[in-house]
Design a protein around this ligand. Structure first.
Ligand SMILES: [Zn+2]
Ligand SMILES: [Zn+2]
Length: 303
């Protein structure tokens, strides 16, 4: 199971109640961090996560509220017993920016760090990482600086009902279980066991993170039928013009995009500091997407 913790929900500046942007994805054996606004390290501390377990950092764009905490995080990871390679993904220009960042503080370069620049085009999302368990995709947004939205896709899995397999066939975990999971029938204690007798499939799950953007057609494409969409919604309806001018979304626009994409769950985030309470934004969103919810710092979600 994948657990998502929203570490920051404010746009531009931290407020007393909300930190700036970061979303943590926790999967077995690995943490993925999407954006790293100032104060993200402390938010992780409070949420009880080890920063040295981060394997990948996905940067949506290089505005300060999304990357202001990156050099501090890199330094902490470099000073820890980190043994792997830290992979940072981001839009065009990320290599140069990380290089500059590393020069701003003195520390020993003990770990390996790889920066991957992503240049997705319009149309189908770009798949840039894949292993047996999950894959990562991205698509371009419209925000005045290179900006990308990310999808985290947990793959469909074949699992075995061990309790039943043991009770019915006396089967224990071992190579035969592996063969069954791969779709091959096996013989155990003189009985044939077919994969369909003991195996079942868990559905693929899709999480989409839509960062700062103005309305654009790529959102419903990457978010199509997503189980969970976390979407920026900086303004309310009264500032629709401002949203367009600064290339952001209103809560209602975020909800319309979620409705268009047919997502199952919508979480609004990246609120302008002018909103001490976001009830009005939520109400405006619920006109189009009744189950919309507003994020708060340390909100936890399951995928
Ligand atoms: Zn922002
Ligand atoms: Zn921005």
């Amino acid at each position: 199971m994948t657990i998502i913790t929203i570490l920051g929900t404010s746009s531009m500046v931290p407020t007393k109640e909300r930190n700036v942007q970061a979303v943590l994805i926790e999967r077995p054996g690995e943490l993925l961090l999407v954006d790293c606004g100032e104060g993200t390290q402390r938010q992780m501390n409070i949420a009880g996560y080890s920063r040295a377990k981060i394997g990948k950092v996905l940067i949506t764009h290089w505005h300060g509220d999304h990357v202001g905490g990156l050099i501090g995080l890199i330094q902490t990871i470099f000073n820890s017993e980190y043994t792997g390679t830290l992979h940072i993904y981001g839009p065009k220009g990320s290599k140069m920016r990380v290089e500059h960042l590393r020069k701003t503080v003195d520390f020993e370069d003990k770990i390996s760090l790889e920066v991957h620049e992503l240049s997705p085009g319009p149309g189908e999302p770009l798949r840039f990482f894949e292993n047996d368990d999950y894959c990562l995709e991205c698509t371009p947004m419209r925000h005045g600086t290179p900006t990308i939205a990310y999808a985290y896709v947990e793959k469909e899995k074949v699992r075995i009902n061990m309790e039943y397999a043991h009770k019915e066939y006396g089967l224990k975990s071992g190579p035969l279980v592996g063969r069954l999971k791969r779709g091959t029938a096996v013989t155990f204690k003189g009985r044939e066991i077919r994969p369909e007798d003991v195996c079942y499939r868990t559905a693929s799950k899709r999480l989409v993170i839509i960062p700062d953007t103005t309305l654009n057609n790529s959102v419903p494409v990457i978010a199509e039928s997503a189980d969970l969409m976390i979407c920026e919604s900086t303004y309310g309806n009264e500032h629709e013009e401002k949203a367009q001018q600064y290339k952001h979304l209103t809560a209602a626009q975020a909800a319309l995009l979620a409705q268009q994409a047919g997502v199952k769950k919508l979480i609004l985030t990246h609120f302008s500091q002018r909103y001490k309470q976001v009830d009005a934004l939520l109400e405006e969103a619920r006109v189009h997407f009744p189950e919309a919810e507003a994020a708060y710092d340390f909100m936890k979600l399951e995928l």
